[in-house]
Design a protein around this ligand. Sequence first.
Ligand code: HXC
Length: 510
Amino acid sequence: MKDILSELEDRRDNARLGGGQKRIDAQHSRGKLTARERVELLLDEGSFEEFDMFVSHRCTDFGMEKQRPAGDGVVTGWGTINGRMVYVFSQDFTVFGGSLSETHAQKICKIMDMAVQNGAPVIGINDSGGARIQEGVASLAGYAEVFQRNIMASGVVPQISVIMGPCAGGAVYSPAMTDFIFMVKDTSYMFVTGPDVVKTVTNEVVTAEELGGASTHTKKSSVADGAFENDVEALAEVRRLVDFLPLNNREKPPVRPFFDEPDRLESSLDTLIPDNPNTPYDMKELITKVADEGDFYEIQEDFAKNIITGFIRLEGQTVGVVANQPMILAGCLDIDSSRKAARFVRFCDCFEIPILTVVDVPGFLPGTSQEYGGVIKHGAKLLFAYGEATVPKVTVITRKAYGGAYDVMASKHLRGDFNYAWPTAEIAVMGAKGATEIIHRADLGDAEKIVQHTQDYEDRFANPFVAAERGFIDEVIMPQSTRRRVSRAFASLRNKQLTNPWKKHDNIPL
Ligand code: HXC
């Protein structure tokens, strides 16, 4: 009996060594942690329960039958993050470069199936040379099995991908279909075809980092949602993110104890809006002053900075925030900001996270590059996302809400539940100068008259009261009371019930 017990321990020790000490050292020397070290850091101490530690591949080509390491290059199982259950897979680069074989894929699929069945998020740590070359189509089939599960799990349980090494070829499409992608600076990259193929096909000379590093994907392509300095920081941020999310689409977001008065007044907000309507101010100041304990978890911080997306808590409950940022491009909507915000709104809606929208938007960005790039279709994504969302929606207009962008940004007409405006709000078809130049074109030669017309237009529309008279704005509120107003609004909406008409699925303008 004792021998049998010690054999188990020996087998476990052997499996834990993955591809051996030499390859573990090589992993460390690149500033990367091993698959198991990452799981340990991600999960609560001692909470990890492993599956399939002894699974090995079945390939007999290219001498593979002589190398059958236990675990087959991926560590899978479940554990907890601050006591809440998650499933996890972590690819082990020390075993055949973390490449995905038929059995490696089966291990991932097993935990994904359990996650959907048992209602807990899936966190995938990617560090892989892609399809296991020795297995050919069996490994491609394995990828497709994972893809199909990503699709089925979408909107059912949150899926988070952490890229901590290579992720290339078709392999990138599994993370691409998850809700959030985090990357580690300098040690991770994602691309459909690597630098060598790029050179052959397009003659472009580019490094792996330039082509698909963390900076590229968080600043240029928006494929990734966050870039972090090292493995430890990235995993700590995943833990922070999970704390905001519900475990599945059948439950409400978590409510945490909070240590901040819901009716806290912020008198500094009364002077946030500058006297000159064209002077920018930092919308993040408002967000952090409204949030419980000033805690704001930003998503896609480095992309389309003219719109801000992320999570806060109000009275301990998660709220998704979408806010125009007047500091960048005057806070206008354009292709990138519409796409970014639309995806965020849809994430919130599928996981029952209420949405706070803060509006200071001069309109859509004009120009050929926007029109040729399809701003009509991309802008429509945000409009569609807000209009179909059934979660509680509270909107605060701080300053400009012009034109179509007024409609888009969670207006009353798109089923906004509470639509507030500060006294500084200006709700109109366009700014006074532009409006005057169109409706008083005949007077354009007379500077005095134009000044008067502009003033008249401002007096009539540069305020929230015309909209309030119609009930499009429920209440004009003091800026200092924003946290109290918004918290009470969301509290009153906790039992909101709204369903859209039955359909197979909608046809959002992709
Ligand atoms: C089998 C692989 C492998 C793979 C790496 N290894 N990739 N084994 N299948 N795909 C093995 C190596 O043989 C090596 O084994 C060990 O992993 C570490 O690899 P190195 O090359 O020494 O490491 P490094 O220099 O860091 O380079 C890492 C790498 C490179 C950039 C990932 O290995 C590489 O280019 N691999 C091939 C990538 C690739 O073309 N994959 C297929 C993509 S197509 P030893 O024993 O020496 O330690 C694809 C399609 C998916 O994935 C389709 C889905 C629909």
